[in-house]
Write a protein that binds this ligand. Structure first.
Ligand SMILES: *Cc1c(COP(=O)(O)O)cnc(C)c1O
Length: 322
């Protein structure tokens, strides 16, 4: 099947139309189906939205924002509008704590901090400066007001579909501003001008993402999946908070609905906890190697039964080890 044949062109346009309906994407925004992961966006954003010598503002809330900042520093002056590093990223900053530079080209946030388990539950007011959001790990988990952002990007592999696809939603006024000499493939404009077919797009990942969009639409859209996600998260946080045996390192107001890290009061039990969990069919619970402990990633695709099984296991483990 050619990516320029009518079958795939039909799949691509249906996928975009379904995503627009699902996420409520306004007409002034373009949807780009790219490759290179969120990590390539760490470079594409500064290369497209800033000129040499410009200052750009970043909110530093965890490992992914750190990577985004390091990449941007290759191309611009980076000003930290806020950082919660000194508090071990146990929360995201509040609006009043954000201190912007005089004239930034854009402000960058990481909407959900996948590794530390914190999430922005408000959209920062930047006073008209384009707001860029790495939404890799919470896109489509709940309704988002796209119109408040200049650009959102997300690797597909967490909440959208197979790896290999990167979604970019960009306000059309931000197209055509790439630096001179930027490689064509790293300029948003040719991708927008060619409806994501400047070169061969990740066809199969787009096809599967399209099935996911249809599935979400049939299930009642983003408000329905948001309700399901809130229910899952409430259940798990309630279990963690109900005794001192388990500890959530994240402040309640910043807790992620997608990634729930927790530790055992006695970390010597970590290995036994993980081993027993695996025997109970609960896999992938080891915390990221940079933070340790446990982390339950409860993305859209995880049904509530998965969280119920985890909570039951946690209670049983506490009874037998407390
Ligand atoms: C997973 C993740 C990334 C990295 O995504 P790649 O597609 O692997 O480059 C970046 N940011 C956040 C918030 C993530 O969760």
């Amino acid at each position: 099947m050619s990516h320029r044949g009518k079958e795939f062109v039909g799949i691509l346009s249906q996928t975009e139309a379904d995503l627009r309906r699902l996420a409520g994407i306004p007409d002034q925004y373009r949807v780009l189906f790219l490759q290179g992961g969120a990590s390539l966006q760490f470079a594409m954003v500064p290369l497209n939205l800033s000129a040499q010598g410009d200052t750009v503002d970043y909110v530093h809330t965890g490992s992914w924002s750190q990577k985004a900042i390091e990449e941007a520093k290759k191309y611009c002056q980076v000003h930290l509008a806020a950082s919660t590093a000194e508090e071990k990223f146990c929360r995201v900053p509040e609006q009043e704590e954000l201190s912007f530079s005089a004239n930034p080209s854009y402000v960058h946030i990481t909407g959900n901090n996948t590794i530390f388990g914190s999430e922005f539950h408000y959209i920062p007011d930047t006073g008209g400066v384009p707001l860029v959001c790495d939404a890799s790990s919470n896109i489509l988990s709940r309704p988002m007001e796209i119109g408040r952002f200049g650009l959102l990007y997300a690797g597909a592999q967490k909440n959208i579909g197979p790896a290999g696809l990167t979604l970019v939603i960009i306000h059309e006024s931000l197209l055509g501003k790439a630096r001179p000499h930027v490689p064509t493939m790293l300029d948003y404009k040719p991708h927008a001008d060619n409806d994501s077919c400047y070169n061969t797009p990740p066809c199969f990942s787009i096809y599967v993402a399209g099935l996911v969009f249809q599935h979400l639409l049939e299930g009642g859209g983003l408000s329905a999946i948001a309700e399901a996600n809130r229910k899952k998260a409430r259940l798990l946080y309630a279990r963690i908070d109900s005794s001192d045996f388990y500890i959530s390192p994240v402040q309640p107001g910043s807790r992620s609905l997608m990634n729930v890290p927790f530790t055992l009061q006695n970390p010597q039990l970590d290995a036994a906890f993980l081993q027993g969990a695996e025997q109970a069919g609960l896999v992938g619970l080891k915390g990221h190697r940079s933070v340790g402990g446990m982390r339950a990633s409860i993305y859209n695709a995880l049904p509530i039964q998965g969280v119920e099984a985890l909570v039951a296991y946690m209670s049983e483990f506490e009874r037998s080890h407390a």
